[in-house]
Design a protein around this ligand. Structure first.
Ligand code: PSU
Ligand code: MN
Length: 306
């Protein structure tokens, strides 16, 4: 069996890829484990519309009944949003989920893998996983970072949440040779906040510059991803210090309850939503739309270059 024998690509997406037209991959863990039902259903449909409005084709990925799905039907999207018996699938989980025909939502790492298999170059997410606070002791470092090192997909994110050690996350990316580009910013964004206090490698002026950097990297056979930090729109940004308090409280509860491993990120995300009474959810949705828009523009610029 070959890779393609495991994969179902929606015809519209395959058609676009065959004609070098812009396609944007979207992840499903943000739906199944990052947002509550039923609010995530509206988000899942709208984020695809945002990509289309920019003239690109959306490709949400998931593992369903032993198949890698590139592009989901409305009912498959709903399955991901309901998240009943839907696991969180990172690189290590892929073979088990496919062979055992379990349903799984794809993380940033796995969405990159699926996108690369299908030939999709650009992917929009909310925030990436990274080095957790205390990660220098626990070694809890998201597989997203290793994936950025090895898989050639450009990932547009709103930075990383303050639940992580953003400084060490950027150190890790530097060691792994991953370019970290700011979209109109010299500061790596911190998800709900436009600035983390840590710099990017280059503050790009527009999507055309970003596409030129991505193309050059891959022309040179410097395999691996490019990370684009795209700050949350000003009107939806939250206060850094207030978020720091919320996150410290969420981290303390996780510690008390002994939450660890792959459960920690979903636990913290749910806790933050609870503690901020949903304000953070509105921000989360808007930053994801903003990333989808920028990813579509980068994808269009890349199509022009090749
Ligand atoms: N950070 C967020 N929202 C998310 C995630 C991270 O703000 O939904 C999800 C993404 O799918 C990411 C994954 O790839 O969590 C990282 O999980 P872990 O830290 O277990 O690698
Ligand atoms: Mn982890």
């Amino acid at each position: 069996m070959q890779m393609k024998d495991y994969m179902d690509v929606l015809p519209e997406i395959q058609e676009a890829l065959d004609h070098n037209q812009p396609v944007v991959a979207l992840e499903s863990t943000i739906l199944s484990h990052g947002m509550p039902f039923p609010e995530n259903v509206g988000f899942a449909a709208e984020v695809e519309k945002v990509v289309r409005a920019e003239g690109a084709i959306p490709a949400t990925t998931a593992l369903i009944n032993g198949r890698i799905k590139i592009g989901l039907s409305p009912s498959e999207l709903e399955t991901m949003c309901r998240a009943e018996n839907v696991g969180k699938v990172s690189r290590r989980d892929m073979p088990t989920y496919l062979a055992m025909k379990k349903n799984g939502a794809t993380t940033v790492a796995t969405t990159m893998i699926c996108a690369a298999m299908a030939g999709i170059k650009v992917f929009a997410t909310g925030g990436i996983g990274g080095v957790h606070r205390g990660g220098e002791v626990t070694m809890d470092i998201s597989a997203d970072l290793q994936e950025l090192k090895q898989t050639s997909v450009a990932v547009v994110c709103a930075g990383a949440k303050q639940i992580l050690d953003i400084g060490r996350t950027l150190e890790y990316l530097e060691t792994m040779g991953v370019p970290v580009i700011g979209n109109g910013t010299s500061d790596f964004p911190a998800f709900y906040c436009r600035k983390s206090g840590f710099g990017v490698d280059y503050a790009a002026k527009n999507e055309a510059e970003i596409a030129a950097i991505i193309k050059t990297k891959w022309d040179l056979k410097l395999d691996g991803g490019v990370l684009i930090g795209n700050p949350i729109p000003e009107e939806y940004a939250l206060d850094f210090d207030e978020m720091e308090q919320v996150i410290n409280q969420a981290l303390a509860e996780a510690d008390e309850k002994g939450v660890r491993g792959k459960e920690i990120t979903p636990f913290l995300l749910a806790k933050i939503k609870e503690l901020t009474k949903g304000v953070s959810f509105a921000s989360n949705v808007q930053l994801a739309y903003n990333n989808a828009r920028v990813a579509a523009k980068i994808s269009k610029e890349l199509s022009k270059l090749s």
